[in-house]
Design a protein around this ligand. Sequence first.
Ligand SMILES: C[S@@+](CC[C@H](N)C(=O)[O-])C[C@H]1O[C@@H](n2cnc3c(N)ncnc32)[C@H](O)[C@@H]1O
Length: 214
Amino acid sequence: MQAHDHTASGSPHDWWEARYAERDGIWSGRVNAVLASVAGGLRPGRALDLGCGEGGDVVWLAEQGWEASGIDLSATAVERATRAAHAAGVAERTAFVAEDLATWSPTGSFDLVTASFLQSWPVAIPRAEILRRATGFVAPGGHLLVTAHAAPPHGDLPEELRSYRFPTPAEDLDAMELGDGWEVVAAELRPRTATTPEGTAHETVDSVVVVRRR
Ligand SMILES: C[S@@+](CC[C@H](N)C(=O)[O-])C[C@H]1O[C@@H](n2cnc3c(N)ncnc32)[C@H](O)[C@@H]1O
């Protein structure tokens, strides 16, 4: 996510719609590196991407042979994701829905549930609750991967956003409230070099949690 100068107001839905309306293509369209490394080691099956944005991760998963679905609050983002899947020739292996993960539940379960940077500032979302509910979407033997910004992705946040608390791997793991039927595959910080919108390199760090339902 890129730092910006909005002030907090309204619902997460309205805030994200307004953000996507600012311009076409607010993300790179490329797969997130953590997802590529985790999913690259799994046998393709059914995947679900939480907060899919413009669909870069879903399109990549479909290209690897997954039946991949994406959910996002923003209808504009979902429309762009659908277009991206058509452009990549994987539309028949993808599905996108504009829904709120605070309340939405899928029919059926998934071999991989992934969330890349499902974070919202300055308008907060019930993220812990969403992660806990997401465990219920995972099929036996399936994985849940949560990648989050654990530090500002592009340098300092603007003053009005400095109260945002970045999640740690332990906090995201706690939020999942896993019972005995789960194995923790990874819960760690991973350093990463990000490129700012101005094109300069910036060192940041991601929180990566991978759990597997037995
Ligand atoms: C930082 S963006 C990340 C987008 C994408 N995963 C990526 O890595 O490029 C966070 C996304 O989560 C979505 N989002 C935030 N809260 C949500 C909610 N409650 N339900 C569904 N999507 C949500 C936003 O609309 C936004 O597209």
